[in-house]
Design a protein around this ligand. Sequence first.
Ligand SMILES: [Zn+2]
Length: 268
Amino acid sequence: MKANFKGNSKLIFISLLIMVLCSLVLKKIFLKEDVSYYNNEIYRTIKTRTITEIINQDLESSVKSSNITYDKVAYITIDDGPSKFTNQILDILDKNDVKATFFMINRNMNTYKDEVKRIQQEGHGAGFHSVSHDVKTLYKTPQSTLEEFSICRNTFEEITDETSNLIRIPYGSKPNTPEESYKILVENGFLVWDWNLDTEDWKSTTDNIVSNVLLNGRNKDELVLLVHEKEQTVEALDGIIMILKERGYKILPITEEKEAMNFWNKNL
Ligand SMILES: [Zn+2]
């Protein structure tokens, strides 16, 4: 994966270089016309400058323009943990100085209590992902849907002495979730989060996960990425973060102050 990802970076760099060179050639052509017709003052100034100076200026202005779009926000949401990969994931997030949001299954919180504490202590978003992770069981009645997430919340409170109302419904809140189940969750204060960029990591190679992020969700001001605690996702995480940062996204944890984005309220 690393070799291919480096290959992609190289390709992007070469494309950028070609664009810069093309713009220089065009500048030269047009400015040359200017000077031949108008003996343009600007052309005389540019003529005395070196190519390096011009390239540096172009790079500076592209850095400035990428800063302007810095209000774009990406939320990396990680489902199905905690797991044997959680510590590795937390190390990568820490190394890159970004926070993610973990939607955790009840059984896994009980198995990986130290990881749950670490998630909370290191300032990541923490939310719940049901007890059964099974559509039939979860939607038996609206009451059973509510109960699964309440059990998760109790487990989290016992482990961390903190609470949370963030949830991610297994397989998303549409089309599987009955309206009564969705309603009872919202009425009881749970904040339902879906996603708008599915990396399909659970069935992909590391390279494909990175490509999915590269190719999708380009023009969104708010990205909610869906990933899972899988080995190939751990390997792709550095690359995902690099792409998001290069595109000017600020990578933040989900907090309860933020209005929930899901398929029902169509904020996604
Ligand atoms: Zn899941």
